[in-house]
Ligand binder design. Structure first.
Ligand SMILES: N[C@@H](CCC(=O)N[C@@H](CS)C(=O)NCC(=O)O)C(=O)O
Length: 209
């Protein structure tokens, strides 16, 4: 069975959403991204993930896959009939990769990562100055569309949903982009998305208690 190493409400949430949207069974292991310990057995997460970062997907053959863009596409391709990624050869596959790169590099690493990891004001000035311009890209795109790619939910939507959820605790109110707010509401109304978020929020609250 597939095994996903995750931390509640971190970027690995999008992989959980993808697994649940595709109705693929998996085992979930909580990897603490600050202590670098795997909660199940206390082992060092860096033995599994050189960066000590989630997500890590352990495949049926024992191989490990890291990087959300790769993990998400792998999950999508396990069950093509779920429609979570356009098939290779379809020009929309490159649109999917374009959005996965954009979310991973321009929203996650350029803004969310420094906000949650480097808390000093000096390091945050540049990311904060740029985030509105960055978010205007998906906001404009989604003003006339329901999903990021094509006419259905894909793993790019799973990843953007996670990123948008993290913007509020990062100090950004997405109400200023109505297309993003209504998109996030629509995505959160999907049963699999909702269930994934409820599960991880409960784990997060239990960790904070
Ligand atoms: N490029 C990686 C980034 C993964 C990443 O930064 N994950 C964060 C959680 S959202 C993490 O585990 N960080 C721990 C660390 O960097 O030490 C991806 O897109 O999957």
């Amino acid at each position: 069975m597939l095994q996903l190493y995750f931390f509640p409400m971190a970027c690995s949430l999008s992989s959980r959403i993808a697994l649940m949207e595709a109705d693929i069974e998996a085992q979930y292991h909580l990897a603490h991204i600050w202590t670098k310990r795997i909660v199940d057995d206390g082992s060092d997460f860096r033995d599994l993930s050189p960066m000590g970062a989630v997500p890590v997907l352990v495949l049926e053959n024992g191989d490990r896959l890291t990087e959300s863009a790769a993990v998400l596409q792998y999950i999508a391709d396990l069950k093509p009939q779920a429609g979570l990624a356009p098939r290779f050869g379809d020009p929309d596959r490159y649109r999917l990769q374009e959005w996965l790169s954009f979310i991973g590099a321009e929203i996650h690493k350029a803004f969310l990562f420094p906000t949650f990891w480097y808390k000093d004001e000096g390091s945050l000035a540049k990311p904060r100055a740029r985030i509105a311009q960055t978010l205007s890209v998906p906001a404009t795109h989604l003003a006339s569309r329901e999903f990021l790619v094509g006419n259905g939910f894909t793993v790019a939507d799973a990843h953007l949903t996670w990123a948008l959820l993290l913007l509020r605790p990062a100090g950004i109110d997405i109400a200023q982009w109505p297309s993003l707010s209504t998109y996030l509401e629509r995505m959160q109304a999907r049963p699999a998305v909702k269930a994934a978020i409820v599960t991880e929020m409960a784990l997060r609250r239990a960790m904070a208690a």
